[in-house]
Ligand binder design. Sequence first.
Ligand code: ADP
Ligand code: MG
Length: 501
Amino acid sequence: DYVPGGYHPAYLGESYKDGRYVLVRKLGWGHFSTVWLAKDTQENKHVAMKVVRSAKSYRETAIDEIKLLSKINHTDPDHPGHAHLIKLVDYFDHQGANGTHICMVFEVLGENLLSLIRRYKHKGLPIKFVKQIAKQILLAADFLHRQCGIIHTDIKPENILLEIEDVEKLVKYLEDSQKERRLLRRVSSKLKSYNSDTSSNSIDDDNKRIPFRKSRKSRRQTLVTGSQPLPSPLRSRSNSSFVSPLQSSISTFAGRTIGNNINPSHASHQDLQSLMSKTFKESDPFSAEPPREDELEDDDLIRVKIADLGNACWVYRHFTDDIQTRQYRAPEVILGANWGCSSDIWSIGCLLFELLTGDYLFDPTEGPNFSKNDDHLAQIIELVGPISRHVLEEGFNTKRYFHSDMRTLRQIKNLKPWPLESVLMEKYKLSETDSREISDFLGCMLITDPKYRMDAAGLSNHFWLNDCSVYGYIDHEPGTRGEDVGAGCHSHGSLTDLFDE
Ligand code: ADP
Ligand code: MG
């Protein structure tokens, strides 16, 4: 991929835009780009820089992404959803060995919601956090849909990033802890030769940041993206995240004291290893265990932003009908019917279920006699009942999956209905009240007809979110169904001129 038209072979210390930005560390990568932590030497702060592959099609997509991001930047900053979308701060061309690359500069954000799901070991986030995240995403979606005329089309945990409270402090912390690691490794390898103890290489293992490299829970599909995110320390159970790991326990190397009571001339290799792994595990925000429901305090608040507008489009100008990541794909998209803003709402419903339980809501697989789409439609019907007749009539592909009665699936005969409320109670052991309230809330997003699905503003005022301590209110009745947001709008370029430039 690092060939003409491909990724730019970026390296640490490389400078961009006549020396203004200098690369510090890789943050992540996707199909289109690599993303770097960079120092903005002009503003003396850190930024995230996305370096796009140079081939023409990637460039064109990147130009669309910049237009969409600019619309966000220039639209009503007083709307409470504005704060929950990623902000583009600069963009420019960079000449590299593999061609000209568009670079986009963003504020630095932290890990994505998939890492948080993993940190909670796929057992679900505390309900309090889910409410806060739900409200913020819904405010952001209303801003995107109604104010900007943009559909995201790829809402999923990987594309929602946590905010970092103090980026500069965090970067400094990471630099310090890296220095300390290096120091300890030096001491330790010296001792290794003194003690001729060659039994273990677990120090290197410790350096691998294991939790974030693991592949997704086996049943998740392989990602085309990767990340080496900056951690976004939640207040964790056992630590104060910003105390440099060894600050308190190490004095000096030269002063021959390592740790509170380990003297290097007497310490064994194991002593140092255990000191290292202990101190790093306890205070490394990557491996910190996040708080459980019963450990939350009143002012614990998680803040998120919607990122990756790389697949987004205009309400009145769709770029493709091939949208959304499988598990978050709405029925109208599967069936080839009209789709619009409300297709994002379906994805948000799937996403929130996943935050609550740690499992996908729909995870279709193909079998010997049926396709993924067959299975997907079957799973939807089992959960929320028959698919709206109107969507079936409109869908280009309906006949492929349904008999002519438009009720029964061709390939899958035995459906086992299991409504959401019972799933939450029986499988996830939620209380009766929680199960009822949550299924009422998610049920409004999982309506199969996009015309009747509730819109983001209405959902942000749903009673389930009343106690969620997130600032922001949109004057919009709960129960509204997107009449004013082009909910099921389908159009190829008819009003393009209105939105271009
Ligand atoms: P692509 O369009 O190539 O998929 P993304 O915008 O999704 O690119 O970015 C790829 C990855 O880079 C993300 O999944 C995320 O891990 C990381 N990333 C992107 N933007 C930021 C940011 N502003 N701050 C921190 N990490 C980011
Ligand atoms: Mg991406």
